[in-house]
Write a protein that binds this ligand. Sequence first.
Ligand SMILES: N[C@@H](CCC(=O)N[C@@H](CS)C(=O)NCC(=O)O)C(=O)O
Length: 211
Amino acid sequence: MADYRLYAFGESGNSYKAALMLALTGSDWERVPVDYFNGQTRTAGFRETVNEMGEAPVLLHKGRTLTQSGVILDYLAAETGQFGPRDEDERREILRWILFDNHKFTSYYATLRFLVGLQKSGESPVTAFLRGRAAGAFAIVDKHLAGRDFMVGGRPTIADISLAGYIFFDEETGMALADYPHILAWRARIAALPGWKPPYDLVPPALPARH
Ligand SMILES: N[C@@H](CCC(=O)N[C@@H](CS)C(=O)NCC(=O)O)C(=O)O
């Protein structure tokens, strides 16, 4: 059995954050499939035995069960000695961006992508609201990256890995990364890191359309 076991499904950018960290750190890991689209995360069994929050990703390691991608990234940074903070100031700065990512950058964009890109919901006041909020969060990250190669400390950290979780998927959202040139350049820098792989190469898609 591999050192790390990751409950994940391919369409999940939050799962990709953890899978990408495992790949970039050269960790020995295997995936535990999650049948999200048939409701596995909403079953009592999943919530009782895997994650009471009803979400992927979930990381199993040395008898520990870790959930929340930000916590998983923090744990892996400590375990592997890679992509973590150099000091307390950096630790707080990384935490600040991971919280912003979870609350705004990933949250609005991932929900927009789910509705428009995966469920093919069409346009509605909800998708318009989400796109506006996602665009606001993208503009903030784009501005922060102007004149910087990475989010914190001039080198790749788990703040970058968290924020980058959804920007490598290509499903339609009605937002264009070309409108955010610094994010686009940063994405290329992340893709150039040794061990980087695109989402569906690390975790296969669950939806048949992607097979
Ligand atoms: N803040 C959480 C979000 C996790 C999350 O929303 N996971 C989604 C997949 S990307 C999920 O499993 N959702 C299940 C559900 O809402 O039923 C994290 O970063 O891990």
